[in-house]
Design a binder for this molecule. Structure first.
Ligand SMILES: Nc1ncnc2c1ncn2[C@@H]1O[C@H](COP(=O)(O)OP(=O)(O)OP(=O)(O)O)[C@@H](O)[C@H]1O
Ligand SMILES: [Mg+2]
Length: 263
């Protein structure tokens, strides 16, 4: 599988050694509710990091902050070495093209076919011809193990595992360097979950992606050979290898790891 040419017409500054994502002193609120308090988080080029934490602890919100969909009340968000806050609209759009996101519920457009779902972010760019888009949709379907013959189906005609694959193909459509995945294996049965994790791992290696995912599933963390960041007490309380986090005796992780058998 070869990588399609870069879609960005703008020069892309290289991420420096300090990180693809750097959050410093981030405070996020929804009205009066404080979600993140002085939160720091770093992801470096090629890292795979699983974000864990209780339900409602602010994991999805953290991904939204990284995506620039939710603005923090305070603090700095840097992507590929550039500050989101100080970026112009054009710079923000260019940065966003370097990110792919798989949303918590798959979130495909139900009225659009598989083809149109994957083509959507490409058409949004506004400068690609339909022939190129078609080839790119074919390539991305192939990457996630689906057949171009399935491109005419609508989301209602897909199994849960297929929806995840199409959502992943759509997230990869713009050739991102950073992939954000919110609960990628939730709702899949164990064999489908394992096969989806293998697929993410293969694509991460092949495309040299930096991946930040939210998960409740220890098998997913192990399968991705991911490091772990623990979101608790409104910040990333600890970040380390799975062995380090497992050995850390804290209420936020105790329940999480107790529920899963060791390999
Ligand atoms: N758009 C919003 N407006 C107001 N409050 C919100 C909004 N989105 C999320 N919240 C609240 O912010 C808190 C954090 O939500 P978030 O979705 O980030 O949690 P989460 O850690 O992803 O949870 P889960 O594991 O259940 O997906 C929750 O209390 C939620 O109700
Ligand atoms: Mg969530």
């Amino acid at each position: 599988m070869s990588r399609a040419p870069s879609l960005s017409p703008l020069p892309q500054p290289a991420a420096d050694a300090s990180g693809v994502i750097e959050l410093r002193g981030v405070w996020t609120r929804y009205r009066e509710t404080l979600i993140h308090r002085a939160l720091d988080f770093t992801a470096r080029q090629g890292e795979v990091i699983s974000l864990i934490g209780g339900s409602g602890s602010g994991k999805t919100t953290l991904l939204r902050v990284i995506l620039g969909l939710t603005a923090p009340a305070q603090g700095e968000v840097r992507l590929f070495g550039e500050s989101l806050h100080h970026a112009s609209l054009a710079q923000r759009q260019a940065l966003r093209r370097r990110l792919g996101m798989l949303f918590q519920q798959g979130a495909l457009f139900s009225a659009l076919s598989v083809y149109d779902n994957i083509a959507f972010p490409l058409r949004e760019l506004g400068f690609l011809d339909e022939g190129w888009i078609r080839e790119n949709v074919r390539l991305k379907l192939n990457m996630v193990g689906l057949d171009f013959g399935q491109a005419a189906l609508t989301p209602a005609e897909l199994s849960g595992g297929m929806i995840k694959r199409v959502a992943l193909a759509r997230a990869l459509a713009i050739e991102p360097e950073l992939l954000l995945l919110d609960e990628p294996t939730a709702g899949l049965d164990p064999p489908r979950s394992r096969s989806f994790v293998r697929l993410i791992r293969e694509l991460q290696e092949m495309l040299r992606l930096t991946v930040v995912l939210v998960t409740h599933d220890v098998e997913t963390i192990r399968g991705l050979e991911s490091s772990v960041a623990v979101l608790a007490e409104q910040r990333v309380l600890r970040q380390g290898s799975i062995a380090e986090i497992t050995a850390w005796d804290h209420p936020a992780t105790r329940e999480f790891f107790l529920s899963a058998p060791n390999p």
